[in-house]
Design a protein around this ligand. Structure first.
Ligand code: SF4
Length: 295
């Protein structure tokens, strides 16, 4: 649910489908990931407080029943802590039933904030952050210009959890291409195991012609995975992931070939068995860009 006059596309996690989307920034402050075109058309800006307050007022008038708010766009946590707290305070004042606020956060945003700042944000109502891990392999992260490293990502995730927030993380199957599928899988398993997030989602890489990574495909330096390659990579990640606390795992995004889900570590064997049954049945010859419905 959204009330906004600002242009550009709006994105939110599937679990925020019933939330009021409050765009505290327009676009993504990083905006250089070579596989991502989400905010390429938006010039990044932090919105002034008056603009944000105006949207809260309009939202509260139109939808006073709202229980959840999602702070958009790409990385709301880039805002100064005091401003975020002022925004959340206003939200709780205006929406009497509000019980949860969530936001996207990059690893850099979380690392930049002190543990005390994150605790203050949690106390002010920020209950869940969504962080794109994408890969735990430093070479892959560099290749796609993610602007982080495996070590920084682990630090960021642990800080969010230590502040008492729920942490929902995303990894991107296929991001190492055929060239680095093994390293991508093993190092991603290491990073997610080290963080032990509350939730983990595996999405599959889509390479539209507009993103810079597509040029690598054209030049032959990046070979997309086959359908079987995507499933084998997921199998390898799950096989090497060791969670010590329950983590809800989902691989049911529209980009995924086979919906797999459960709670790690308890359902790991069940999920691996489902993958093992399916893997031999799918094609292993055609590299997939996934941009035109191959899946
Ligand atoms: S940080 Fe996220 S939204 Fe921003 S460019 Fe990278 S993947 Fe896209």
């Amino acid at each position: 649910m959204i009330i906004d006059d600002a242009g550009g596309l709006v994105f939110r996690p599937p679990s925020e489908a019933r939330s009021f989307i409050l765009r505290v920034t327009i676009g993504c402050s990083h905006n250089t990931c070579r596989f991502c075109d989400m905010y390429k058309a938006s010039k990044f800006r932090i919105r002034p407080m008056e603009e944000i307050e105006g949207i809260i007022e309009r939202g509260a008038y139109a939808m006073p029943f709202i229980r959840r708010i999602f702070l958009a766009d790409g990385d709301a946590l880039v805002l100064p802590t005091d401003k975020l707290i002022a925004i959340m305070k206003k939200c709780y004042e205006k929406f009497p039933n509000l019980n949860r606020i969530g936001a996207y956060a990059t690893p850099a945003d979380l690392v930049r904030k002190t543990p005390e700042e994150l605790k203050r944000l949690r106390e002010a109502g920020l209950a869940i952050v969504y962080m794109g891990i994408e890969s735990g392999d430093d070479d892959v992260l560099k290749l796609v210009d993610k602007g982080t490293t495996a070590a920084l990502t682990i630090e960021a995730g642990k800080k969010a959890l230590a502040a008492g927030m729920k942490l929902s993380t995303m990894i991107l199957l296929g991001l190492g291409g055929q060239e680095r599928t093994k390293e991508h899988a093993l190092h991603t398993a290491q990073v997610v195991s080290a963080i032990n997030p509350t939730m983990l989602s595996a999405l599959s890489l889509i390479i539209p012609h507009e993103v810079p990574l597509y040029q690598d495909v054209v030049e032959g330096t990046f070979t997309p995975l086959t359908a079987r390659g995507f499933l084998k990579e997921l199998d390898m990640i799950l096989r090497h992931t060791e969670m010590t606390k329950p983590c809800i795992f989902r691989s049911n995004h529209v980009s995924n070939l086979l919906p797999v889900g459960g709670t790690l570590p308890m359902d790991k064997e069940k999920m691996l068995a489902a993958l093992e049954r399916y893997i031999p049945q799918v094609d292993d010859t055609l590299p997939l860009l996934n941009d035109n419905g191959n899946f």
